[in-house]
Design a binder for this molecule. Structure first.
Ligand code: FE
Length: 217
């Protein structure tokens, strides 16, 4: 099978936020699908490496902010490329994007944060059922609330790759001649050759298969 065939499926890209006690957190996911309209049920799959995953398991509630075509790579980095285990992602000290856009994060009626910039809408969800999928947990959820914020088209995952992620600087070979491998998902750079088979991207948690060798121009 040509594994690139899976790239022909269409996905969106979202900020998934949760709250547990005083802790707010969020991560980036590309798996939100409406399953039925009546009742309004969606599924999301969240990587277990995300601290937001553990919070949803315990609280069974979350919001999904739908990233639009104005979404910035800095926002993806803010929520996707650091762990809520280590930092408070909603603290202005936790990243450049949050420092400038703290006021673009608001609390929905369920008490959980959602994002208002680079996002066209959000939904609030309650978990009805979950299924262990190994690396991820699949959550089947009822949509309890939601709001449209603007009419900028939703970014597809392909749009993210073509237009948003390209804001990352291109890199070549290092000064001392080491090979450079770049994560196709998030842009993280690994130096050395070969990249180990079991290497996991520290930012987005994708495997070494998702790295490509970058050649000096
Ligand atoms: Fe990555």
């Amino acid at each position: 099978m040509d594994k690139n065939v899976m790239n022909k499926l269409s996905y969106g890209i979202f900020v998934c936020t949760a709250k547990e006690g005083d802790k707010d957190n969020g991560c980036i996911i590309n798996t939100v699908t409406q399953l039925t309209t009546t009742p309004n049920v969606v599924s999301i799959a969240v990587n277990k490496a995300n601290y937001t995953h553990d919070m949803i398991v315990r609280t069974r509630e979350f919001n999904v902010s739908v990233i639009n075509e104005d979404g910035e790579f800095e926002m993806i980095k803010q929520f996707g490329f650091q762990s809520g285990k280590d930092v408070d992602k909603f603290s202005p000290e936790s990243g450049h994007w949050m420092e400038e856009n703290k006021s673009e994060c608001k609390r929905a009626a369920n008490g959980i944060m959602y994002i208002t910039k680079g996002v066209n809408s959000y939904i609030s969800c309650k978990v009805k059922e979950s299924m262990d999928l190994g690396t991820h947990t699949l959550f089947i959820c009822e949509v309890t609330d939601g709001e449209i914020l603007n009419d900028v088209p939703s970014a597809t995952y392909a749009y993210y790759h073509q237009h948003i992620k390209t804001q990352v600087e291109q890199v070549g070979t290092t000064a001392d001649g080491k090979a450079v491998w770049k994560c196709k998902i998030c842009g993280y750079v690994y130096e050395g050759d070969p990249i180990p088979d079991d290497f996991i991207c520290p930012w987005c948690k994708h495997p070494s298969d998702d790295f490509e060798r970058v050649f000096q121009l």
